[in-house]
Write a protein that binds this ligand. Structure first.
Ligand code: AHG
Ligand code: MN
Ligand code: MN
Length: 339
């Protein structure tokens, strides 16, 4: 008998879920499909690293004082161009652009959505063949359609996200997204060029044995985090300690592993960076939405739910604790002792 291969594709699942968003009239679905197309373009380029001249710095520094890599610039352009063409978006806030990018063609002026994006996450890992990613977050605009989008459209709390997700360019390429109906993962099948369903409802294990933090910054950490690290390293059979330390340096890859296996990712405030390093709009909010939709938690380590923080700046940073629910609560417990 001939075996038939019919995976459920991203588009099929998006269309199935469309009925839950009657107001969206299919626009959100189209937007997600275009993000997937841009992701495939970036994926193709990432896979060529080492073969063509796309690794290394781009002779540019972004607003956050970070050296832009050639692939940061390529990925930013790929997402902006693919998505602008839909006319569904009024504009984009990107890690790689100092200001919001406003689309002012007739179609886009009526666009109902705005997008926040980290086009290439973990870009310093690209030159050494380690997993990188892209992270996105979508909001409904609050300004009047027909006019240019405004900064206020982007500075909404994470609870207002209508969709969020990431793409991980790893040993395989996966897309993980949520529209608030659970967290769903897809794997790119390169032979047919489609993202195929992997797990409809991902579940973050309530506990785990992995902690992910850049321990090189140890001396600059708050005492609560230092004590938590010590707790992770103590021997206790009942709680499966000592835990393992795993830190890749690509948020997407570290979070993805912890989401699948159980674990906590911490980027705390430090003496030199009192707001931490990671950016609220296009790193922490989308990852927090995905974590919560899978049953996990995301806080700033000081009792505040990431998704409820009111942003004041598109490149705002925030301390970030995310992952398995009980592990995040444990970090909070340690931090509270020194409040
Ligand atoms: P980006 O490449 O988008 O600037 O993000 C890098 C981020 C994140 O992916 C990672 O978790 C973190 O930086 C690593 O920072 P450290 O090198 O300070 O640990
Ligand atoms: Mn990043
Ligand atoms: Mn980036």
């Amino acid at each position: 008998m001939v075996q038939s291969y019919h995976p459920q594709t991203l588009n099929e699942i998006i269309i199935q879920n469309q009925s839950a968003f009657p107001y969206a009239k299919g626009e959100l679905s189209q937007l997600l499909s275009h993000i997937a197309v841009a992701a495939k373009i970036v994926n193709k380029k990432v896979n060529k690293a080492g073969l063509v001249d796309i690794t290394g710095a781009a002779d540019n520094v972004n607003i956050q004082g970070e050296n832009q890599q050639k692939l940061d610039v390529f990925a930013n352009n790929a997402f902006i161009q693919s998505i602008k063409a839909t006319g569904i978006l009024g504009g984009i806030a990107s890690e790689e652009d100092d200001e919001i990018v406003i689309f002012d063609d007739d179609l886009s002026l009526n666009g109902k959505y705005v997008l926040c994006i980290d086009p290439l996450d973990g870009s310093s890992n690209i030159d050494v063949n380690v997993s990188v990613g892209s992270i996105f977050s979508i909001y409904r605009r609050i300004s009047t359609p027909g006019t240019k989008v405004e900064i206020g459209d982007f500075l909404q709390e994470g609870t207002k996200q209508v969709a969020a997700g990431y793409i991980i360019y790893g040993s395989s390429t996966m897309l993980v997204y949520t529209t608030g109906l659970g967290t769903t993962s897809f794997t790119l099948d390169p032979s047919i060029g489609e993202f195929c369903l992997t797990e409809k409802f991902m579940e973050s294990p309530k506990d785990g044995v992995v902690y992910s933090i850049n321990e090189g910054n140890y001396v600059k950490f708050p005492q609560g985090i230092k004590d938590y690290i010590k707790y992770c390293q103590e021997v206790d059979k009942d709680t499966n300690r000592p835990y393992s330390s795993r830190y890749i340096g690509s948020l997407v890859a570290d979070f993805h592993r912890n989401l699948m296996k159980g674990g906590v990712f911490i980027y705390p405030k430090t003496l030199s960076n009192p707001s931490g390093k990671l950016r609220l709009l296009y790193e922490c909010n989308p990852i927090a939405f995905l974590a919560e939709q899978a049953g996990g938690l995301a806080t700033d380590g000081e009792g505040n739910r990431i998704l409820e923080i009111k942003p004041t700046n598109i490149h705002q940073r925030v301390p970030f604790v995310v992952g398995s629910k009980n592990m995040v609560l444990k970090v909070e417990e340690f931090m509270k002792k020194y409040k």
